[in-house]
Unconditional design. Structure first.
Length: 485
């Protein structure tokens, strides 16, 4: 969103100090209104509600060392519970429009890299340990210091990279873009649709959704993103009932047989904090490296998300600092602990929160809406999960555009910042990882500064994190050298 648009938004906000809730969340002070916060809360929920389906699929499809699997119904309950509680806590304690839920990527690491080496209880214990260690980093001030050490142009590049990444997620989730299997001996990694062309009703819903969203945004219609999601969900339900659609992907837009379902809290509390260290055939070095991988991914994914969301919401101060950063990072660390304790994998801040920001969210009040909806999902999962990805994904594409506009603030004439910024922006969508993009940008920044004889300009924390990223990117040869494979 441009500076002009943000200023315009602030001009028609409600008067300051309307009531105690307004003052507590600084709704008017930040140029927002209750209507915008509510719209934003709904938009964020609908763009990340897919995790209620996807997390149980990822964790439920994996087996631990003993061949045991996690129950999908219990996983759905655990996922919704952690998302509801931690999102509300972030809203009240951090006052940022930043929702939390089980982290994609992190759950895959737990399911396919950690669980096969030990029991599920031991694997979730490692997640709890990871969260506790992140909290320690926050309390000592190290995590916040790292964020403040990042040059402002790199923070802007992180926001832009996340914008491209989130748009790419939208295209992929909707099936507009798909990976070409290597066996086809093709020369490009992705293609249009599933066969090189667009086919099927679900893709039509997505395309119409993109056109509707951008049209509403161009006309500056309030609630544009949410209107598009709801409208295209209705269209999808009608199409699904009238046409022969083979598959919508994870979520089928069909009216459920029952609206209310009973939550199953059977997985809550099933973790062993230090069990992994005593697990047979798993060495201490392996366990430490697994924890290191979780921490590094969670640490920098969150950093990029917090900076990106805050920048898009216009909440960064003149020095590019995030408000209430210490509390925000501590709550995010606590979310990882909660996710492990509930056996739903590490919970983290969600970049899909940008959809709510696109709707006008500027405060933690919107989290009360998003968290409340996740709370309802504990009982109304059949109803709240009928939104297909094809109806929600256009919001991600639109938000990608809004975040992309920050690229104008980067000085592309100065190569010592332009090249790291470019790598940060490019690597995120191309590797499908916020962490990888940040790592590439950090390493490039340090190398170029050294080459130009400007090593003194590098903050000591950037030196340290760059070394960690070297380890992160070289984890495979390091494991081979240490004999842990």
């Amino acid at each position: 969103m441009s500076t002009t648009e943000k200023v315009a938004d602030r001009q028609d906000a409600t008067p300051p100090g309307v009531n105690g809730v307004d003052r507590f969340f600084k709704i008017s002070e930040r140029g927002s209104s209750f209507a915008r916060e509510i719209r934003g809360g709904f938009a964020t929920f609908f763009t990340m509600a897919y995790i209620l389906v996807l997390n149980p699929i990822i964790l439920g499809s994996a087996k631990d060392k003993f061949g045991d699997t996690l129950d999908p119904v219990q996983l759905t309950t655990a996922t919704a519970l952690v998302a509801a509680v931690m999102t509300i806590i972030m809203g009240v304690g951090g006052n940022l429009p930043l929702a939390l839920a089980a982290g994609l990527g992190l759950n895959a690491v737990v399911a396919f890299q950690i669980a096969p080496l030990m029991s599920w209880d031991d694997a979730m214990g490692l997640v709890v340990l990871e969260g506790l260690l992140i909290c320690v980093l926050v309390v000592t001030g190290l995590r916040e210091a790292v964020m403040h050490a990042i040059p402002q142009p790199l923070k802007q590049a992180i926001s832009v990279g996340i914008g491209l990444f989130i748009a790419f997620i939208g295209f992929v989730d909707a099936g507009f873009v798909s990976r070409i299997p290597d066996i086809a001996n093709t020369t490009v990694p992705v293609q249009l649709g599933g066969t090189g062309r667009l086919t099927g009703w679900p893709i039509l819903v997505f395309c119409l959704g993109v056109l509707l969203t951008i049209g509403l945004l161009a006309r500056k219609v309030k609630g544009a993103i949410l209107i598009s999601i709801v409208t295209m969900t209705v269209v999808a339900v009608i199409i699904n009932s009238a046409a022969d659609v083979k598959s919508w992907g994870l979520t089928t837009p069909a009216w459920p047989d029952k609206l209310v379902d009973t939550p199953d809290f059977g997985l809550i509390g099933h973790f062993s904090l230090f069990g992994a260290f005593s697990a047979a055939d798993v060495g201490v070095v392996t366990v430490v490296l697994l924890i290191f991988t979780l921490i590094l991914s969670d640490f920098f994914d969150t950093m990029g998300t917090v900076v990106g969301i805050s920048a898009e919401a216009g909440l960064l101060d003149e020095e590019g600092k995030v408000p209430n950063l210490g509390r925000v990072l501590l709550i995010d660390g606590a979310a990882a602990v909660a996710g492990g304790a509930a056996s739903s994998s590490s919970a983290t801040s969600y970049i899909e929160s940008a959809a709510g920001v696109g709707e006008g969210s500027r405060t933690g009040f919107s989290n009360l809406i998003t968290g409340g909806l996740f709370g309802l999902a504990l009982f109304l999962t059949p109803l709240l999960t009928i939104v297909p990805l094809q109806a929600a994904a256009p919001a991600l594409v639109a938000v990608g555009f809004l975040m992309m506009t920050q690229v104008k603030h980067i000085d592309w004439e100065k190569y010592d910042i332009a090249i790291p910024a470019f790598l940060t922006i490019a690597v995120m969508p191309f590797t499908y990882s916020i962490t990888n993009g940040i790592g590439a940008g950090f390493l490039a920044y340090v190398v170029i500064k050294v080459v130009l004889g400007k090593a003194k300009e590098i903050h000591w924390l950037l030196w340290g994190t760059s070394v960690l990223f070297l380890v992160y990117f070289a984890i495979d040869p390091i494991e081979q050298i240490l004999g842990v494979k």
